[in-house]
Design a protein. Sequence first.
Length: 240
Amino acid sequence: MVNTKNNIRIHCSLCPGRDHSLFSELPREELDMLSSRKTCIHYKKGQTLFYEETRPMGLFCINSGKVKVYKINSDGKEQILKLGKTGDFLGYRALISEEFYNSSATVIEEGAICYIPKSDFLEILQKNPVFFQKMAKKVAHDLGTMERQLMTIAQKSVRERLATTLLMLKETYGMDGEESVLIDITLSREDLANIIGTATETVIRLLSDFKSQKLISLQGKKIKVLDSKGLIREADFYGR
C-alpha cells in the first residue's frame, strides 16, 4: 500500500472488509478492473462524503474507519439512519435508481474510503448476474431494516430504544472481553441521541441510569456492555 498525501493505492483483494462485503465473490478479473479505476482517500473525522439532495456519481466503499449516514429533519436536527463500517457500501440505492441522495454521509472515525465511478460499478452489475442479484437483495434488506427501525421508534419508549440501540451496536462493533463487551465505536452523546431520536440530555441521563444498574460502564465516549440480559429486559424485546 502506497500513501501519497491523502491518496491511497490498495487492491480490492487486500481490503480488510472484503470477506463480508458484496464484493466477496467477485472474480479476480473484475476486482482488478475495480482496483485500477477506483480512487481511495484518507478522510479525517468530520469530513463529508456526500450530501442529501445531490446527485450520485459513484459508489463509496469503506476500507477503514466509520461513517454515519443521516437525514436532517424539519427541526434541523440529525436523524442517524446507519453507521457504516469496513466493507460497507454507501450511496448504492440512489446510484442504481438514478435518484438524488436521500441522506448525507459524514466520517465519524477517520479512515480510508474508496470511490468507484458510476460507469464502472454499473458495468460490473451488467456483466455479473450473481452480483446484480446480491445487490437487489441488499436493497430489499435495507428497506426492510428501515421499516423495522421506524416501527421501533413509534412503538418503544426512549429508554427501550436506547437499550435496543446499545444491543445492536454491541452485535456490530462489539469486542469481547472476559465478562463484558466493549462497543468499539466512538459516538458522541449527541450522535447517540440522533440515532434514537431524542435529546442529548435524555441520553446522558439514561446512560447514567444504566451505569448505576451495572448494565454498562463508560470509557470516555465508548460504552462497555456489562449485562446483555439486563439490556434485553430494558429493551422489552419479549413484551411486558
